[in-house]
Write a protein that binds this ligand. Structure first.
Ligand SMILES: [Cu+2]
Length: 130
């Protein structure tokens, strides 16, 4: 009986390790003093990833997820409000916003805030899709 339990435990181990190595399915990010709490995250390809973003600041921010082209468009753009797309969300002051994104291809994506001056100040990070 004990041998069977040990065998089951060993069989389960590689599956857990592989899932962890493929990146997080829930990502918590805090915003404080116009800075994201992390600058680099890893997520798995092809499965929904839930972002839970808490804005601790008394001012608004935003979470824009996408490739470099998306980030450049938003940096130059004038869209004052977001919300319809899961990859483009407003972060009102003092609120926590959740959004779920599925990354279809492995590679590098970015997250950033493009309110005036915030990107240059450092509100950006890298998403590695594994
Ligand atoms: Cu911001």
């Amino acid at each position: 009986m004990r041998a069977a339990a040990l065998l089951l435990a060993l069989l389960a181990l590689p599956a857990c390790t592989a899932a962890e190595a493929r990146g997080a399915r829930e990502v918590a990010i805090d915003v404080h003093w116009s800075a994201f709490s992390t600058g680099a995250i890893e997520v798995p390809r092809g499965v929904p990833v839930r972002f839970v973003v808490r804005n601790d600041d008394p001012i608004a921010h935003e979470l824009i997820v996408g490739d470099l082209g998306v980030q450049q468009r938003h940096e130059k753009g004038t869209e004052p409000k977001h919300g319809a797309r899961p990859t483009e969300r407003d972060l009102p002051p003092g609120e926590t916003v959740e959004t779920t994104i599925t990354f279809d291809t492995a590679g590098t994506q970015f997250f950033a805030c493009h309110l005036p001056g915030h990107y240059a100040y450092g509100m950006r990070g890298i998403i590695t899709v594994l």
